[in-house]
Design a binder for this molecule. Structure first.
Ligand SMILES: Cc1cc2nc3c(=O)[nH]c(=O)nc-3n(C[C@H](O)[C@H](O)[C@H](O)COP(=O)(O)OP(=O)(O)OC[C@H]3O[C@@H](n4cnc5c(N)ncnc54)[C@H](O)[C@@H]3O)c2cc1C
Length: 457
């Protein structure tokens, strides 16, 4: 009756790793993607990938990290820096990782998956899900000639990115009363260019990723400068979709106003340009349905302050793969059978993304001028940055907090505002440790979480 054990919609990082995981365990799996085979994996992106996630893939699944020699990574990352709008005041922390070539790395992951039996069906557009007895049992898709077809699978995985085509098509009665839509407050809009410098001299950002916060952009929006090798840079701009444009300026115009300050137009050629949308909200409270799972951007699995989504997409694929394997072993595919994915995901990165979401709301509330003050006065220290981006821990100790208050004099009202958010951030880990072990307790937990954090998700 079923064509495959698992049908994955989307062959980006989250989809390919889900497929790899289940195929490695001996189950049949197909990836459907609307792109041509040779373009799957490519994406307009900042290209930064934290090695934390590639190390996990290597350790748990034996997948090799992106290789600079093979052109899968264009540069290594060693340093993460945040800076004020003029780049005058900077704060750095060590963050190992890669500036990946999304196409080359994505294609290699697809080949790795194919080698262990994953089938790939390119140039097909999934439009709907098949539902039987309140279970998702596959998808309906159109090929490039416009023919309508079906694939039946025991488990269907939505790895279609921010569009979330499977998630959207799932009937409302199967949605656990959760609002699964992204509104414009929960989407980051971006534009970026990869440029190649004409000068013989190397640029000064080697092995660095730099974020800076210009006064025209409401936080957590920023401009990024990422090194893609000695002569190449990936530079982009991002802000919350619902925020108004600075008067008289398109996103591209504002981007070029800033770029021109550091790299005049005639000093480089543009290798690639384009934009895209990134989810910016805490992850949905459940990522499973009867017979289906959400991974990567489709699950909202992006850090809401840094907008890092590539690593979380890879890791959500691995965790979803584990849950799918357990359900296939038990030959039972209800949301109860797939629930362990929620439990694993909420522990990490789910809780961390909620902390980061509160931090992003904090930056919006205090505003860019106060952020600049915090950086100029060194109230945000390298230690805090290291904790957040290296240790992935947003909780600030009392002694650090006291030092921050002293340095911030006389802007204590702003510091009290910050403290209010920090108190919430401190609660998150414990709240997410109590994430329920079964779906029947989800509503109760959601009420408890919303009350504790005084929010409504
Ligand atoms: C401009 C920009 C810069 C970014 N910079 C960074 C960064 O520096 N670091 C970082 O970690 N993250 C970054 N991100 C986020 C990161 O790119 C995503 O989080 C990540 O790609 C998510 O992977 P995914 O597999 O969930 O989805 P995607 O990579 O979006 O893949 C989705 C796949 O689904 C396919 N698909 C979609 N709809 C259908 C359909 N109906 N039928 C069949 N196939 C379909 C698509 O063709 C695509 O191949 C950036 C994003 C943008 C837009």
């Amino acid at each position: 009756m079923y064509d495959y054990d698992v049908c994955v919609v989307g062959g980006g990082p989250s989809g390919v790793i889900t497929a790899y995981s289940v195929a490695k365990a001996g189950y049949t799996c197909i990836i459907l993607d609307k792109k041509p085979r040779g373009l799957i994996g490519d994406k307009n992106c900042g290209d930064a990938l934290d090695s934390l996630y590639t190390d996990i893939l290597h350790e748990k699944l034996g997948i090799e990290p992106p290789s600079v020699e093979l052109g899968e990574a264009r540069d290594l990352i060693n340093k993460f820096t945040i800076a004020t709008g003029t780049l005058e005041n900077q704060l750095s922390a060590q963050t190992p990782g890669y500036l990946v070539n999304r196409l080359a790395y994505g294609q290699r992951l697809l080949k790795d998956a194919e080698k262990i039996g994953v089938e790939i069906l390119p140039e097909v557009s999934v439009r709907n899900v098949l539902v039987e007895n309140n279970h998702i049992i596959g998808v309906e898709y159109f090929d490039k000639e416009g023919n309508k077809n079906k694939i039946k699978s025991r488990i269907t995985v939505d790895a279609s990115g921010i569009i979330g085509i499977v998630r959207k098509a799932i009937p409302i009665m199967l949605k656990n009363d959760i609002n699964y839509d992204f509104n414009d407050n929960h989407v980051i809009k971006t534009y970026r260019e990869i440029i190649k410098l004409k000068s013989n001299k190397d640029h000064k950002y080697r092995e660095e990723i730099l974020l800076f916060y210009p006064p025209e952009i409401k936080p957590p929006g920023y401009i990024w400068i990422f090194s893609e090798g000695p002569k190449m840079l990936n530079i982009g701009i991002a802000w919350v979709k619902s925020d108004p444009y600075p008067i008289g300026k398109s996103m591209k115009k504002l981007f070029h106003d800033h770029l021109d300050k550091y790299f005049p137009t005639d000093s480089y050629e543009v290798i690639q340009k384009g934009g895209g949308n990134i989810p910016m909200r805490p992850n949905f409270d459940s990522l499973v349905y009867n017979g289906a799972l959400l991974v990567g951007d489709a699950a909202g699995a992006v850090d809401p302050t840094s907008f890092e989504g590539h690593g979380p997409a890879l890791d959500s694929g691995r965790m979803a793969g584990n849950a799918a394997i357990s359900a296939l072993e038990a030959n039972s595919f209800s949301k109860e059978d797939l629930w362990q994915y929620n439990v694993d995901f909420m522990k990490y990165p789910g809780a961390m993304h909620m902390e980061s979401f509160i931090a992003s709301q904090m930056t919006r509330d205090v505003g860019v001028k106060n952020l600049e003050f915090l950086l100029n006065r060194k109230i945000i220290t390298e230690e805090i940055l290291r904790n957040m981006f290296q240790e992935k821990d947003s909780v600030i100790s009392n002694s650090t907090l006291l030092k921050m208050f002293l340095r911030a004099f006389p802007r204590w009202p702003m510091m009290f505002k910050l403290r209010k958010y920090m108190v919430k951030i401190e609660k998150v880990e414990e709240i997410y440790k109590k994430y329920p072990m079964s779906p029947d307790k989800l509503e109760e937990w959601r009420k408890f979480r919303n009350q504790e954090l005084k929010m409504n998700f």
